[in-house]
Design a protein. Structure first.
Ligand code: NCD
Length: 318
């Protein structure tokens, strides 16, 4: 493994998004995450020993926050969880004040989730440590896209050439955006499938095919990735009713029947059963990899924490 400065495989101070990462950098993270996923606990070297990771979440989270905490602990790091009440946060000044306060405590990594797109980048410009974006508004959620890619790769053996249909609330989804960047970079064929009200204008510019009908969008798909209706980001009404939404866009066996026979079903969670996905489909142990996605979460976050702590990276041949 080459970790020489001249040929640094991950020459970034922060992980703010998938946009801008090269194929090689994505592969570097996926390969390392894959290796962590294969390790049993006793095999993990404490590469973050003596380092501090602060989880700073201005929005609710179950999977992402917990898996960052577990990831840092498995690598021997110290973790602090900061709960920020969204209601008491005033944008701009308060965010920067918080950043400066935490910066003064000299953490090594700040993992930040924030309801405003761009807030994590702004914060990263004010601090001395590495910053990982754990989701900013409807902008990016890079570690989730890496989780999804690793899950797909372990089941299908590749990303290149796969037809991936991302379905549901595309407009408000940072998961959709990060996945589109990653999958396009890795040579998959990306489709988005949603009602017209939930697809941003000029979506084709992202290099995806747009479908407004599930049967057409899912035809021949290798991967069917469902998204939650992000009602907390909606101002006004985007769907006539939940019942109608499920009827036209909820994933059930009838709609799934046009995808490939071995198509995988994915969802980043939290799921709204009976809204975007039928409960039986979600729990189908042959087709659904939703649980595996959660399982990959820790390994991916370990790889990201390691990549940003350059001098903690694997240097000796293992
Ligand atoms: C997603 C998120 O927060 O963006 N969840 C997650 O991180 N697993 C998706 C969502 O909230 O619907």
């Amino acid at each position: 493994m080459d970790s020489g400065a001249a040929n640094d495989p991950f020459p970034h101070r922060h992980l703010l998004g998938i946009e801008g990462l090269s194929r090689r950098e994505i592969l570097y993270l996926l390969d390392h995450a894959g290796a962590y996923a294969d390790q049993t606990r006793g095999q993990t070297e404490p590469r973050l020993r003596g380092r501090t990771v602060i989880n700073l979440f201005f929005e609710n989270s179950t999977r992402t926050r917990t898996s960052f905490e577990l990831a840092a602990k498995r690598l021997g790091g110290d973790v602090i969880n900061m709960q920020a009440q969204t209601s008491s946060i005033k944008k701009g000044e308060t965010l920067i004040d918080t950043a400066m306060t935490l910066n003064a405590m000299r953490p090594d990594v700040l993992v930040v989730r924030h309801p405003e797109s761009g807030a994590v980048q702004l914060l990263s410009e004010k601090v001395d440590c590495a910053v990982i974006n754990a989701g900013d508004g409807s902008h990016e959620h890079p570690t989730q896209a890496l989780v999804d890619a690793l899950t797909i790769r372990r089941r299908k053996g590749r990303l290149e050439g796969l037809v991936v249909a991302i379905c549901g609330d595309i407009s408000h989804s940072r998961v959709a955006r990060s996945n589109i960047y990653l999958l396009n970079t890795m040579g998959a064929q990306v489709r988005v499938v949603a009602p017209r009200t939930l697809v941003p204008a000029a979506m084709e510019r992202f290099g995806v095919e747009v479908f407004y009908d599930m049967k057409r969008g899912l035809a021949g798909a290798d991967i069917v990735m469902m998204l939650r209706l992000q009602t907390e980001r909606m101002h006004g009404s985007f769907v006539p009713s939940i019942r109608e939404y499920f009827h036209f866009f909820g994933l059930d066996y009838a709609k799934l029947s046009v995808a490939k026979d071995d198509a995988l079903i994915m969802h980043p969670g939290p799921m709204n059963r009976g809204v975007e996905i039928d409960t039986e489909v979600a729990d189908d142990i042959d087709r659904s990899v939703i649980r595996q996605q959660v399982e990959m979460g820790v390994a991916v976050r370990m790889a990201c924490l390691e990549a940003l702590n350059r001098d903690a990276r694997a240097s000796a041949a293992t």
